[in-house]
Design a protein around this ligand. Structure first.
Ligand code: NAP
Length: 284
């Protein structure tokens, strides 16, 4: 079997078109969604991500507020900026670009973001809401994966799903979204025994580890759907956590790296910003 390639660029384009339509409707109703990004320091990769997020929001009509602080900014300075953005009615969503420079307290600063403007879905309140199955803003990359699975028509109810990686950013919220969709979920990590055998049970296999080609053919169940979130920069280019060439001979469908999950993250950030703008207009 040679797997169908799941085209994340095309799926992201569909999300962006949908978001652009929703922004136009909101603007016509007098509501202008705005996204504030906060970048601390001059890490080149983070600067590229933030630039991409700003350009993408502008392209769908979301107002951009691009804030940059020096690498030696203090916790108090970042907190003061976040407080300002929390209070600013033009800002529907706030994205604090991670990782922050080592001297800053990333968890405390993330927690300072107004949960209703938390378009990354990473504040304790939104993480708790997801864990409890309550309404709230969800992390963008897991949302993007759910969107890709829906686009492929994957029936998650009762399906065996395995997520490799248990980070707060991706693995845990991914597992919880799958659970909400009634999948039977296994969450693997660095202490999982016989990882390949556990993965080989999966009808839906999702890897987010950050180790190039950690999972090979023996980890892929024939006929499964394989989603590779990993991004590993090698001399040959960007590769995922799954050995793509080996896995595509067994899976029914698979995401490439690049061009799979990556493009969905920004698209879902835009979607979350519109959601936050809409929610801000609904009286509590
Ligand atoms: P992270 O915080 O470093 O977490 C990595 C996870 O992988 C941890 O839970 C770790 O287990 C687990 N792990 C490490 N080695 C393992 C092994 N040998 N076997 C099984 N599990 C192992 O990383 P992250 O932020 O979740 O990101 C993971 C990858 O996804 C990275 O490549 C990142 O670039 C990519 N990513 C991509 C996007 C996107 O937009 N496409 C978004 C987010 C992340 P322990 O908990 O036991 O240490």
């Amino acid at each position: 079997m040679t797997a169908r390639i799941i085209d994340g660029k095309a799926a992201a384009e569909r999300v962006r078109e949908r978001v652009a339509g929703e922004v136009a409707e909101l603007v016509a109703a007098g509501i202008h969604p705005g996204l504030a990004t906060v970048l601390v320091g001059d890490d080149p990769a983070s600067a590229v991500y933030v630039g991409g997020k700003q350009r993408a929001s502008e392209a769908v009509g979301i107002a951009g507020f691009d804030h940059r602080l020096p690498a030696d900014a203090s916790d108090d300075q970042v907190a003061a900026l976040l407080d300002e953005l929390n209070a600013d009615g033009r800002v529907s969503g706030i994205l604090l670009q991670l990782p922050l420079p080592g001297h800053l307290d990333g968890s405390a600063l993330t927690a300072r973001i107004d949960p209703d403007k938390d378009v990354d879905g990473l504040t304790p309140l939104n993480a708790g809401r997801l864990a409890l199955g309550q309404e709230g803003l969800r992390p963008c990359t897991p949302l993007g994966v759910m969107e890709l699975l829906a686009g492929e028509g994957v029936e998650l109810g009762g399906a065996e799903a395995v997520v490799v990686g248990r980070s707060n950013l991706f693995g845990k919220p991914m597992a919880q979204l799958l659970l909400v969709a009634n999948a039977t979920v296994t969450l693997c990590h660095s202490r999982t025994r016989d990882l390949a055998a556990v993965c080989a049970r999966a009808e839906v296999l999702i890897a987010a580890v950050g180790r190039a080609r950690l999972l090979g053919a023996d980890a892929v169940k024939p006929g499964s759907v394989v989603i590779d979130v990993g991004m590993n920069r090698l001399a040959e280019g960007l590769v995922g956590d799954i050995d793509f060439e080996a896995a595509r001979e067994r899976a029914a469908a698979i995401t490439p790296v690049p061009g799979g999950v990556g493009p969905m993250t920004i698209a879902c950030l835009l979607e979350n910003t519109v959601r936050a703008a809409r929610r801000a207009t609904v009286p509590a």
